[in-house]
Structure formats: C-alpha cells, structure tokens
Design a binder for this molecule. Structure first.
Ligand code: THU
Length: 145
C-alpha cells in the first residue's frame, strides 16, 4: 500500500472542493479518499432543486471508489469553511462505518487547511447498524462483495 500523507490528502480535498455543485446552499465541501491501492478518489457535494436528493462530498468520493472496485481504505479528508473542519452527517457516517471502518477521518477548515483534526471512523458511529454482521465481515475478508 502506497502511503499518502494527511497533508497531501487535505490538499487533494481542497482541489475537489472547487468542483462542488452547490447552487442552493453555496456551501462547498471537498473530500479525498485514499484506498489501500494508493489511489486517491475525489468527491464534492452535488445539490438538487429537490434538496433531499443532494449528496455529500464524502459519499460521492466513497461511491466513486467502490464502483472502481476498491474495498479497503486508509483515510478520508474533508474540507469546508467551518471552524475546525466539517463533521460528517449521519448518512455518511453510516456508509463510512460500513465500507471504510478501518479508515481515519481528517477534517479541516478550507480557509485554514493546514491543521486537520483526526478521528477514527469507528468512533464516529458507535454500535453502527449492520445486516447479518458475521456474513458481511466474512465477505469483506474475502473481498467478495
Ligand atoms: N455536506 C457535505 O458535502 N458534507 C458534509 O460533511 C456536510 C454537508 C453538503 C451537503 C449540502 O450540499 C451542503 O453541504 C449543505 O448541507
């Protein structure tokens, strides 16, 4: 697995943020997710006039990586203009807990991205909901889903 530093991942998230499609909230969020393959997947939020259809930067990056065949992740960096960096919504916490449980979550203020805060994904959603946990974790081990 190629190592990507937290600093480089935050810089990648800053680039991703420029591609946000956020005409309604004007709140741009960027994400960069590094897979264990070493590849970095970028995401940014995309909004709809039907507000509930909007998708967070984190989920876009995760869905891109998953549909590219990635199954293991080291870290995700997220940036937005929030003091201390944005924290992920509940939906993103659920998906990250399911598909990137071993990853770390780095968050930084896009106005001052040099000092990210760091969290374990597992700590962000204690007792996460899973279906048939034993079978799913077996499939994960075999990379068969
Ligand atoms: N948003 C993200 O992309 N990630 C987060 O962690 C929090 C919220 C987006 C969704 C919506 O487009 C905008 O920020 C305002 O909620």
């Amino acid at each position: 697995m190629r190592k990507v530093s937290g600093q480089r991942l935050v810089a990648a998230a800053m680039k991703a943020r420029l591609r946000a499609v956020a005409p309604y909230s004007r709140f741009r969020v960027g994400a960069a997710l590094v897979a264990n393959s070493g590849k970095v997947y970028l995401g940014a939020n995309v909004e709809s006039a039907s507000y509930g259809l909007s998708c967070c930067a984190e989920r876009i990056a995760l869905f891109k990586a998953l549909t590219d065949g990635e199954r293991r992740f080291g870290a995700i960096a997220v940036v937005a203009p929030v003091a201390g960096g944005p924290m992920p919504c509940g939906a993103c916490r659920q998906l990250l807990a399911e598909y990137a449980p071993e990853a770390v979550f780095l968050t930084a203020d896009s106005r001052k991205p040099s000092v990210p805060r760091k969290f374990e994904i597992k700590s962000l959603l204690p007792e996460a909901f899973t279906l048939r946990p034993l079978e799913v974790s077996k499939l994960r081990k075999q990379s068969e889903y």
